[in-house]
Design a protein around this ligand. Structure first.
Ligand code: AMP
Length: 400
């Protein structure tokens, strides 16, 4: 079966068509600037690409453009839409409702809608993607895969916040966690890679990309994670501030006469590596600036490294020890210097890196622990699209 993966944002739609017989990507693309003056579709397949630039009014038109590109007689990879057996949608916030992926039904759509207050930017866009696909391909089954679902196994001591209980019962205020599909993929891949059973395996997985989160995993299940009710909590990220005293928000609002929405926009979009370094949200550019002596860029990197180290220490305590520390996503897979700095000084925990080997590894699966390390230190490239496609195939096949 060929499965189409759709990740709809407020003004964008990312897609990838995967042939599940070989688990290989046939084509992928991005429709951007939906609803703006001039939109753009970039379609890539077989090492080639083509671009269409025109006004794209809404997600239905964007979805039609995606299908036109996939079935284009010259550039397409399928003859007709009928070859696409199912669509898997990435959905940000499942709230407390979803512990796993589900076939999209009217009830599921209603639940995604109900969770809009928890994911005000993403859930409406994800729904728009679902509805647009249904309009354009009404007979193709669809599956929703939630970023939060993997984390629903956390115990209350990990997911509750220290605010009055009423906020939890009435407003569903709790830690949800994100990047669940990535953490789940890596947690599933590690025992395969090591040739061991998942039972009893304690993993601290560091998903370090433009958005970053760390997850404590025991026997394949999440027991704690760094992101919270939104993806703002936890590590400092490309543009997000990560955890800080919430009184900072009130203090800046009062001093600068801005409201909480404006402040949270600053916390989400203008902070993190970008806000501290003043250079960029992109780790490569921040690292290059630090290399040239930019002190603010160096502080940004130091803060990120220290933040990761603190979570590793905390989650080793949560898990009563650790068997695997893994790195994934753009920074985790590629930035050997950062990985080396993170792992320096963890010998007391039984984690000893092979620094020479680590320096050579970029974007491939590898064990970079020293032979006498008790803890395996791994690099496991994530593949969220494949994880979504596998769920989609499994659910659609089971429903037949
Ligand atoms: P992601 O969100 O997973 O796509 O990751 C994006 C982040 O990975 C950006 O901060 C990139 O700068 C970073 N990244 C990608 N390649 C490298 C690299 N070779 N060295 C350092 N950071 C990298």
């Amino acid at each position: 079966m060929k499965v189409l993966i759709v990740n709809a944002g407020s003004s964008s739609l990312k897609y990838q068509l995967i042939d599940m017989d070989t688990e290989s990507t046939l084509a992928k693309g991005l429709v951007e600037k939906i609803g703006l003056d001039m939109g753009k579709l970039t379609h890539k397949w077989d090492g080639k690409q083509f671009v269409v630039e025109k006004k794209i009014d809404n997600h239905v038109i964007a979805t039609q453009m995606m299908l036109d590109a996939l079935t284009d007689p010259e550039h397409g990879v399928v003859k007709s839409m009928d070859e696409i057996g199912a669509v898997g949608h990435r959905v940000l916030h499942g709230g407390p409702n979803f512990t796993e992926s589900v076939i999209v039904t009217p009830e599921v759509e209603a639940a995604i809608e109900e969770n809009i207050p928890l994911g005000p930017l993403h859930n409406p866009a994800n729904l728009a993607g679902i509805r647009a696909c249904r309009e354009v391909m009404p007979n193709t089954p669809m599956v929703a895969v939630f970023d939060t679902a993997f984390h629903m196994t956390m115990p209350p001591k990990a997911y509750r916040y220290g605010v009055p209980k009423d906020y939890y019962t009435r407003l569903k205020v709790r830690r949800y966690g994100f990047h669940g599909t990535s953490h789940r993929y890596v947690a599933g891949r590690i025992p395969e890679f090591l040739g061991v059973k998942p039972e009893g395996l304690r993993i601290i997985n560091c998903h370090l990309g433009n958005g970053s989160s760390i997850c404590a995993i025991n026997s394949g299940k999440c027991v704690d994670t760094s992101m919270g009710i939104t993806p703002l909590e936890g590590l400092m990220m490309g543009t997000r501030c990560g955890s800080m005293d919430p009184a900072v928000v009130q203090y800046i609002c009062n001093r600068d006469h801005i409201d909480v929405n404006e402040m949270l926009n600053i916390c989400n979009k203008k902070s993190g590596l970008l806000g501290i370094s003043g250079v960029s949200s992109d780790m490569r550019e921040v690292a290059a600036a630090a290399e040239q002596g930019n002190e603010d860029a160096q502080i940004a990197i130091d803060m990120l490294v220290e933040g990761i180290r603190k979570y590793i220490g905390a989650y080793a305590a949560v898990l009563h020890g650790v068997d695997v520390i893994s790195f994934t996503a753009g920074i985790g897979e590629n930035d050997a210097a950062l990985r080396a700095r993170v792992m320096t000084g963890f010998e007391f925990l039984g984690a000893k890196m092979d620094y020479e080997k680590n320096a050579k590894i970029r974007g491939v699966e590898a064990d970079v622990s020293a032979p006498d390390s008790k803890v395996r230190i791994l690099i496991i490239p994530t593949n969220e699209e494949l994880a979504i496609a596998r769920d989609t195939l499994a659910l659609v096949t089971a429903a037949k």
